[in-house]
Design a protein around this ligand. Structure first.
Ligand code: 15L
Length: 297
């Protein structure tokens, strides 16, 4: 049985994965926090991904790493830098030094969050990060690409949507992944013998998906769930969101700390401003017409 290291194993996604993968692999669980209540087939090794020495120790002797560790939402640059940039570099580097063949990287839909919701994107689109967090995920994919090409590390990047038992809102009807589909995708990433460097979307078979996930299907992913079965319930509770967030796949992440001239950033705002100018100009030209002289009585 293969031994799989899961970093960030104390988090929500790690907890789903532990439950779903139990009995299929020996699991070595690592986190900066202590891991409580180990089940059969589980071991733990505490470590801080920002410390190379910790990670060299933790990654010894494993067959593959599922790298979930790091900062999982938008955050201050110092935190993102430490956990997601330095941490991710350390991870690929220690995998190389310890001869770990395969790394599964938990990328995110926020690496491509500035694609519009009306677009369908596949694994070949270039990243359009919606946040510092999204940039760090694009960085992880790129360092994975470097280690695959330069050192032969086998790298499987999963642009994960939202791993939850049920989709919590309208946006997640498009990017949700059930825990069992996620565990299946991870198993594909661990066991497919032909992986060199791949990018896939970590989403269920959602009717409202924004993704062409044919690369995952090519590699053997067969999701069983579809967020649509929750759609009526979710939409009944949905409150109208910020129009900027509604426009892009990344949702609220796209306008967190938005600054500068919004019309340069958001096409809809630019369009609305242009329309306003045109109608104002229309009014001016009307008013600039000379008034007809009043007829003398
Ligand atoms: C992510 O990448 C986050 O880790 C998760 O907490 C959610 O915010 C998710 O994206 C999402 O977009 O729903």
């Amino acid at each position: 049985m293969k031994t799989i290291l899961i970093t960030g194993a104390a988090g929500d996604v790690g907890s789903h994965l532990r439950r779903e993968l139990a009995g299929k692999y020996n699991l070595l669980l690592s986190d900066i926090k202590p891991i409580k209540a180990l089940a059969a087939g589980e071991k733990s090794a505490r470590g801080d991904i920002a410390k190379m020495a910790d990670m060299l120790r933790v990654t010894k002797g494993v067959d593959a790493i599922v790298h979930l560790g790091g900062f999982s939402v938008e955050g201050p640059w110092q935190m993102i830098l430490r956990a997601n940039i330095v941490g991710c570099y350390n991870l690929f580097e220690v995998a190389r030094r310890n001869g770990v063949r395969r790394v599964l990287f938990a990328s995110s839909n926020h690496a491509t969050g500035f694609y519009k919701r009306e677009e369908k994107i596949d694994h070949r689109v270039y990243p359009k990060p919606d946040s510092r967090y999204g940039v760090s995920k694009a960085f992880g994919e790129q360092i994975g690409s470097l280690y695959a090409d330069k050192y032969g590390t086998e790298v499987f990047c999963m642009r994960i949507g939202n791993v939850t038992v049920a989709p919590p809102d309208k946006r997640r009807l498009s990017n949700w992944i059930s825990p069992r589909d996620f565990a299946h995708l991870v198993a594909v990433g661990i066991d497919n013998p032909d992986i060199r460097f791949e990018i896939v979307y970590g989403v269920s078979d959602n009717k409202r998906s924004w993704y062409d996930n044919s690369n995952a299907h090519r590699l053997g992913y067969r999701p069983q769930d579809d967020a649509e079965r929750y759609a009526a319930e979710v939409l009944a509770k949905e409150k109208p969101g910020d129009p900027r967030a509604e426009m892009y796949q990344g949702g609220n992440f796209v306008f967190a700390e938005i600054g500068g001239d919004p019309s340069r950033i958001l096409p809809a705002i630019a369009k609305a401003r242009k329309a306003k100018k045109v109608s104002k100009a229309g009014k001016t030209s009307k008013s600039s017409k000379k008034p007809k002289p009043k007829k003398k009585k």
